[in-house]
Design a protein around this ligand. Structure first.
Ligand code: 0RA
Length: 639
């Protein structure tokens, strides 16, 4: 052992090293906190918050309060055990001082007892201390209230005992040094969002944000954790299954937690986190999750015959259509890679996560067969739609290469070349098509007849429909192309009007067309270019007067008002029953017709009806129709 004198000398050397460390941080702050912009500023606050969150993650605290003060400082208070204040055996100074003045101090805040540090990139709170005009800590622990203060990382008030308490917790308050930071004003919304995320990732943890500069405050607490997060992300969507699928486990020292729920949309929304840090670039945890999901659903689809032996596997993309998922892992030594250091690089994590998720999902789907079925079927529909889109693109590409501007032969075009005044009528059947052609105003009204073949929506899948010449003609006539080539500026008509019979076949073709536009040209609907013509159901004649009526209710009302006597009622079963003159008067003349603009909601409803109706399985179709009789009826009468 060394003699006393030598220890003092070493202590001095140690002190110099500490000061040099703090100065190094101040000289090159970017190396520690990324930048000295607003980003770096908030990074500092998160570093302090993460220490409190670690305490919560380890089960020692359940409340954190973040305060933005008027003097530009910020404080973070937790009700954890309190940062240790006992004297460090080797260094002879309080542990709290060691933690705040030694870079990567004592491995207490990065590794060691802290199995998983939320600390952003492990810079530690000492770097924050170095970059603060002042940083003070009040610790309640071991029966006492303790206080220590630093300026620019140097101890200015050594740890002292202020009084007694039987409470415990830590309060850290710091003011970023304005000679270091270009931006020194904390942003409420930015911080609020991060705290909300942390609250989701740590179920039950209550996090309060109070802005004393404005009086604004918010409290986050999610007892349901990431499962609740998924529900909230799907709040304005229509989920395909009631409860999110949830799993949590620890495997090979990796904590894994995931939740997902599908909606009836087409987007993929996966949020992944590693050690509570949002990994926007994904990484090994995310790919492990995806691998397992793809594997399990493919196995399921094969086992149950949703996929035939001759079908190729469902792709990951198809399987993830409509998913909302949150994946959170905690690993010992996270490696962050990528452009923005938001990609988890630890290679072993992929296999660990895949294995764990695989197991959990297999047993989940064994117990929840209906969810598995729904998801597998949804993926099959996605696969078909994707393939159909690809084929249609090929076809239109090939076509346009051969005959550059040639329009389909079936199209009777209008003479105007101004899309803003041009209208395209999609007419069911050749005979109605004939009337429409005769009755139209040829200056601005074009007619494209669609033949009955594609009427049988139940048997004709969307991909089959796309193989139809009519649908290809439609794509060419509209002018925009579909899928990746879609270009709204090439839209040839600003009103595309579906004109079909008011019967079951008419409703089927509407369903098909709405679904088609919704899936392949959604911007046509979003832009308000798609309409449905509403032809009359009846013509009532009395003497020389003729009245067109659009519904049974209108007919009843007519009888109530005028009586039945002397009237003859003609019921139109199809557009073909009207002569061209009547068709113009009742359904095509802008002055007299009724058009209904198609909304995205209409199209979504149609899409769901289509999805179920086209299914080859009788049982789900029957179930669906029974369950949604009102929707189907609605679609038959209004759409
Ligand atoms: C006990 C031990 C350790 C840290 C803490 C408590 C602790 C640290 C912070 C930071 C903010 N709030 C806190 N609350 C408690 C050191 C690690 C160890 O030696 O286990």
């Amino acid at each position: 052992m060394k003699e006393n004198g030598e220890i003092v000398q070493e202590y001095g050397a140690e002190q110099i090293k500490v000061l040099e460390g703090m100065q190094a941080v101040r000289r090159r702050p970017g190396m520690y906190i990324g930048s000295t912009s607003a980003h770096g500023l908030h990074h500092c606050l998160y570093e302090v918050v993460d220490n409190a969150v670690d305490e919560a993650m380890n089960g020692f605290c359940d409340t954190i309060k973040v305060t933005l003060l008027k003097d530009g400082s910020a404080s973070v208070e937790d009700n954890g055990r309190g940062i240790p204040v006992d004297i460090h055996p080797q260094l002879g100074i309080p542990a709290v001082e060691v933690a705040l003045t030694r870079l990567h101090a004592g491995s207490k805040f990065e590794n060691g007892a802290y199995k998983v540090s939320g600390g952003l990139h492990g810079v530690g709170v000492s770097a924050v201390n170095a970059l603060s005009a002042f940083l003070e800590i009040t610790v309640k622990t071991d029966g006492g209230i303790h206080y220590i203060k630093f300026e620019r990382g140097e101890t200015v008030v050594p740890l002292k005992r202020l009084g007694d308490t039987d409470e415990h917790g830590t309060l850290v308050r710091f003011k970023p040094d304005d000679s270091i930071f270009e931006e020194t004003s904390f942003d409420f919304d930015t911080i609020s969002q991060r705290l909300r995320e942390l609250a989701f990732l740590n179920k039950g943890l209550e996090i309060t944000l109070l802005d004393e500069r404005t009086g604004k405050s918010v409290v986050y607490k999610f007892v349901g954790g990431i499962e609740e997060y998924v529900r909230i992300l799907n709040r304005n969507k229509d989920p395909l299954h009631k409860d999110p699928v949830y799993g949590a486990t620890t495997r090979d020292d990796v904590d894994i937690e995931f939740a997902f729920q599908y909606n009836d949309g087409y987007a993929e929304n996966i949020l992944s986190f590693a050690n509570t840090i949002r990994t926007t670039e994904g990484g090994t945890h995310e790919s492990g999750f995806k691998t397992a999901l793809t594997r399990v659903l493919n196995d399921y689809a094969r086992k149950t015959g949703v996929l035939k032996a001759s079908d190729s596997n469902l792709s990951g993309e198809d399987i993830r259509e409509g998913i909302v998922a949150v994946i959170s892992v905690k690993v010992k030594d996270p490696q962050f890679e990528g452009q923005t250091k938001t990609k988890l690089g630890n290679s072993e994590v992929a296999g660990i996560v895949a294995g764990a998720v695989n197991e959990i999902l297999n047993s989940y789907f064994e117990l929840n067969i209906s969810v598995a079925k729904t998801l597998a079927q949804k993926a099959v529909v996605a696969a078909r739609a994707r393939e159909a889109a690809r084929q249609a693109r090929e076809l239109t590409k090939r076509k346009s290469a051969l005959e550059v501007t040639s329009l389909p032969g079936k199209l009777t075009d209008c003479s105007t070349r101004d899309p803003r005044e041009a209208e395209l009528f999609l007419v069911e059947g050749d005979s109605a098509g004939g009337s429409a052609k005769q009755g139209r105003d040829r200056h601005f009204q074009a007619v494209l007849p669609l033949r009955g073949k594609i009427l049988n929506v139940e048997k004709a899948r969307l991909d089959k429909a796309l193989a139809h010449e009519e649908i290809r003609s439609l794509i060419t006539a509209v002018g925009t192309g579909i899928g990746d080539e879609f270009d709204i500026s090439r839209l040839r008509y600003h009103k595309i009007i579906i004109m079909t019979d008011a019967d079951v076949d008419g409703s089927h073709i509407r369903t098909l067309l709405l679904t088609f536009f919704y899936r392949f040209m959604p911007k046509i609907i979003e832009g308000g270019y798609l309409y449905i013509a509403e032809p009359p159901l009846y013509m009532v004649k009395r003497g020389r007067s003729e009245r067109y009526l659009h519904s049974d209710e209108a007919l009843e009302q007519y009888f109530r008002r005028y009586g039945r006597e002397g009237t003859t009622v003609q019921r139109y079963k199809g557009l073909g029953e009207m002569d061209y003159h009547q068709l113009w008067e009742t359904t095509m003349d802008p002055e007299r017709r009724t058009l209904r603009q198609v909304t995205v909601k209409d199209a979504e409803v149609a899409d769901e009806i289509f999805t179920v109706l086209m299914g080859s399985k009788v049982e789900p179709r029957r179930e669906f129709i029974e369950k949604n009789a009102h929707l189907v009826k609605n679609l038959d009468t209004i759409a």
